[in-house]
Write a protein that binds this ligand. Sequence first.
Ligand code: HEM
Length: 178
Amino acid sequence: MIRINVEVIFMTEQLEIIRGKEVGQLLQWEDVQKMKYSWNVVCEVMRLSPPVSGAYREAIKDFTYADYNIPKGWKLHWNTNSSHKDPTIFSDPETFDASRFEGAGPTPFAYVPFGGGPRMCLGQEFAKLEILVFMHNIVKRFKWELVIPDEKLKYDPMLEPVKGLEIRLHPLVHSQIT
Ligand code: HEM
């Protein structure tokens, strides 16, 4: 039921953009700004399955965290999943719920697929644009289905589908999307 709702709201947003264009008219920056729900869906996917599992930092001073005394100079690994799946931050953390990103969204540094602080991902906005444009063109041109519906994912070192995420594409004619 949740999955159907996600697809319906996502497709409604995308179809509104498609319908507002002449055939062959390209996507514009303003169109991408309208993809708010679509981006919330991507964010929730990256919360549940972060593409990067974490990164490294060096302690610049002694500090205490969760009863551990961390001396200055120690190398630390921060892990994306440990905050993305923390029930004190994200209620019912295993459930897909794109509405978590509505309004102000999660508290700062709770949702970190792109890291955080001064060394945060430099390509975040570019990645956002690429993902939304890609998604738009896929749903505009094709009906698609997963060849292996329950394909497993692995970190190597980035998250990737073990069989390469094969999909079956069925080209749409214009009348099927409007
Ligand atoms: C979904 C796509 C992407 C994800 C999830 C992602 C995630 C990350 C993460 C977790 C970090 C480490 C941040 C930290 O340590 O706080 C990082 C760093 C970085 N990313 Fe990305 N990234 C993505 C796409 C991109 C793209 C498209 C580019 C460039 C076009 C890019 C360029 C960089 C660079 C240059 C850094 C190093 C920043 C620094 O150390 O100052 N990333 N990314």
